[in-house]
Design a protein around this ligand. Sequence first.
Ligand code: FES
Length: 611
Amino acid sequence: MQIKILPNRILISNDQETLMETLIRHHLHVTNICNGKGTCGKCKVRMIGNVSPPSNSDIKHLNNVELQAGFRLACGVRPEEGMVIELNVDESDDRKVSAQMRMKTTTLDPEIEKVYIQPSKPTLEDERGDCDRVVDALNAATGRSYEEANLYILGKIPNILRADKFSLTATVSENKILEIEAGDTTNRLFGVAVDVGTTSVAVALIDLNKGNILKVASTENEQTAYGADVISRISFAMESHENAIALRVAISSTINHLLEKIATQTDVQQNEIYKMTVVGNTTMHHLFLGLDVSHLSVSPFVSVCNRPLEFSALELGLKINSGARIQFLPNIASFVGGDTMGAIVGAPEILGRGNHLLIDLGTNCELFLKTDYAMMACSTAAGPAFEGANLAHGMRAKQGAIEGVRFTDKGVVCEVIGGKEPIGICGSGLIEAIDEMRRTGVINKQGTIVDPKKEHNIAPELLKRIRVGKKTREFVLAYGTSQGHDVTLSQKDIGEMQLAKGAVCAGIRTLIDIAGITFSNLDSVTLSGTFATYLKVQNILNIGLVPDIKPEKIKTVGNAAHVGAILALMDRQKLAMSQDLYSKISHVELGGNGTFSKYFMKSMYLERLIL
Ligand code: FES
């Protein structure tokens, strides 16, 4: 069956599959928290023309206006010939992209280079083989020894040599020849740095001759079709070998699609990319490599491998030069992965003298504390609330997401990404809204939305926005969007954020306890993660997401994990630094840790975090 995705994409669906399965198979993303069970209500698409009758799940999760406008849950729709669908996909303003494009870099030493040589032509007096004359010329030009040539290079040499009068360019790294090309192509040397997040994947294309970022692209991790967080992905992988393969394919497919995308948006051919660095949490790292994840989630939480790893693009099925070096930054522990190592490399000031805390906020939150005597790290399951998931009107930080909120006596002023009408709220908007609700008394420090009938000190314009939703009270941030619903924060949404915040704060307190210091001894607190870039220090201090220290000691650094991958791509010393650090950082397991449990409940209060 043929279905059309507006504006101009045609898909062929298979018998028996749902619309969501067709979309995922064609790499078109619909948010999918419940893996197609019809319970999360997130896989909303709009049907144009002939609209299927609403299912029970549609009726449960969509309001009347949405139903009448043709919205349906894609996991409950069977494709039909001629179906026309509108997806709410807009990655062009993804924050992950814009954050990295602003990045400036310094040292350029990528451990990979191109060398132009002009070997002499064979004569009856000089009967050296083609490969021998290439190697001799290369050795003479570099002063190094390139004695090993692989079969791929050997097969190409005769034609390449004769394609441009015995002049060629060799791409070399250490003592290996990765590629040969006819003529002089020394100005074409590229690499990519990849951040494999649980929710989204970002790729940065770098000109390794100049050290500048040419393009950054980001998209949802195709694995989200199989679960929202690392625990559900591990469970899915453990169910069968086929599932584990599906997860592996999903990551390489996500990366390959991003590579295709950046290639079409630049003049760089995928074959001209010779190096890739990868950061990701340990689960993403293992699933990408097809490693067994079954021991990651059960005590004593053992990974297959933490040490730095390297493969070729051919081995991993990545669509760049087949000889390209793919380097993984090392993991620290089962739930503190190469992404944390990337964040440390990307924000190296936290390794300076004194006491420094790094909070890498995402679906999983990693904490790293460095004192003058120790380095330690832990992870807490913050859940997807910071990414805007699991909230009634939560969404990723893209066009239409409320990213900032201000309460006045006249009502609520929302800042919306892209300056458009709000259609949902992202993580930074959530934090700001909750702080405003706390400041104005709409919620108390326990996070409970107050009873509007009993409150007399709240501005009437705010008071009338408190109402009873499907089950509990909710607060209306924005009325009546064109998608037919108000954007609200419910008691449950606030609770989701409190759980996430509670886990982060209890983790911080536990590390600080173990290090034998207090919050006042902290010289800096650095928040990394794309969403952290958009947080306001005052908000996170007020709700107690970070220790109560002077605001000037708190800074946000954007997606430091990806920055670390970019730096490791461009500078071999940065990669070496990560390879040296990983075994020196001690891991603190919070599961079953009495100190963590003791702190968890009281860390959920929306108040300043004091030790
Ligand atoms: S409701 Fe369709 S994926 Fe959750």
